[in-house]
Design a protein around this ligand. Structure first.
Ligand code: PMV
Length: 362
């Protein structure tokens, strides 16, 4: 990474006008990142897969301005001004301006939208920060006489996305991605995510669905960053981080061998452990809802009685993700319609699947 950072510091930028648009996906973690250190360094490595339909599309126009050291941005979310999001982006650009002086040499018009409803309880920070980071790296390429090679483009995008939102580091890739230094994944790093080698992923895991039950639409009461911070003083933190580290090896072996049953055990335990960390933080908090538990119990009953390999996972929120191989789609969707929509707000659920990663839009 250091060689890429050194290289971009040497690039002589002349302010000019340009444009870039990227869409980037949301991702769902199988081994969860929960707890971080200064500068968005994860307390443990994580592995996720990118989704297909749940994504952010961000268009990014820039034009020269006087370089007075200030960040200047107009920001639209879903076509409307959004001061809270704008402030977050201004702060993010502020944090990057020493590395990327071009950010104070231009005025930006940024417009972002999500494919999923804003009030669906689905976090948009991973998809939106990765789309934004990719636009920034694309701008750098446009203004520089020497474009980054594709692997470095993605590495730098992931590095910058991480600084915006940790889990965003993984969203610059399609399929499975690993973020955080892990002895089990060569070239993995705390600074950026890497794609998991697709040769090492058994076919049963190459076509997974992820149907998301919208248990609660509203904003969660405790933000992810507050939750990460509470891990700094958590009595079980070091045991949790050690376990997550060794689970990266277990997950790697499961993904290689195609063992669906072990996959389900590990993924579900990770989801419940994430929430148990929240419940045993000081102060304690609970992000799932009674309907989250009801849905989980119903999934367990269904799996046992019908022998269908469908497993749940949870993000830092109340919604339930159902992960299963695509060939069970008809069965699982009819189970959702008959048994699970009662637990969803307005009977809402989203149908998603493992996706192929960001797209540059012309
Ligand atoms: O990227 P953040 O700070 O929103 O944290 C996300 C943490 C989890 O979604 C709960 C787990 C993960 O690894 O994505």
């Amino acid at each position: 990474m250091q060689n890429i950072l050194d290289k971009i510091k040497e690039i002589k930028i002349e302010a000019s006008k340009g444009k870039s648009t990227y869409s980037a996906p949301s991702n769902i973690a199988l081994i969860k990142y929960w707890g971080k250190y200064k500068n968005q360094i994860p307390a443990n490595p994580s592995i996720s897969f990118s989704l297909d339909h749940s994504k952010s599309t961000t268009s990014f126009e820039y034009q020269p301005k006087k370089n007075d050291g200030e960040i200047s941005i107009d920001f639209l979310f879903e076509g409307e001004k959004n001061d809270a999001f704008k402030e977050r982006i201004v702060k993010y650009f502020e944090s990057l301006k020493a590395l990327l002086p071009m950010l104070t040499m231009h005025h930006f018009r940024i417009s972002s939208s999500n494919s999923f409803p804003h009030s669906s309880g689905i976090a948009s920070s991973a998809s939106s920060m990765s789309a934004l980071a990719m636009n920034i790296v694309d701008m750098l390429n446009q203004l520089s006489s020497q474009a980054l090679v594709p692997a470095d483009f993605l590495k730098l995008s992931s590095y910058l996305a991480r600084l915006g939102s940790g889990s965003a580091a993984r969203s610059v890739y399609g399929g499975f991605a690993v973020w955080g230094a892990s002895e089990f994944f060569e070239n993995s790093s705390d600074l950026f995510a890497i794609p998991a080698d697709s040769q090492e992923i058994h076919p049963v895991f190459q076509n997974l669905n992820d149907d998301i039950l919208i248990i609660e639409k509203g904003m969660k009461q405790v933000s992810s960053s507050a939750g990460h911070n509470l891990m700094n003083t958590h009595p079980f933190a070091s045991a949790r981080f050690d376990l997550a580290r060794s689970r990266m090896g277990e997950m790697k072996e499961i993904l290689r061998s195609g063992n669906l049953e072990e996959f389900g055990k590990l993924v579900e335990n990770e989801a419940l452990m994430l929430h148990s960390m929240m419940m045993t933080s000081n102060p304690s908090y609970i992000l799932f809802k009674p309907n989250t538990i009801a849905a989980i119990e119903s999934i367990w009953d269904y799996r046992n009685s019908e022998n269908v390999p469908v497993f749940f996972t949870l993000d830092a929120g109340a919604n339930v993700h159902l992960i299963y191989p695509v060939e069970y789609e008809t069965k699982v969707r009819s189970f959702i319609d008959s048994n699970l929509v009662v637990y969803c707000e307005n009977a809402a659920y989203l149908c998603d699947k493992l996706g192929h990663g960001p797209e540059k839009i012309n």
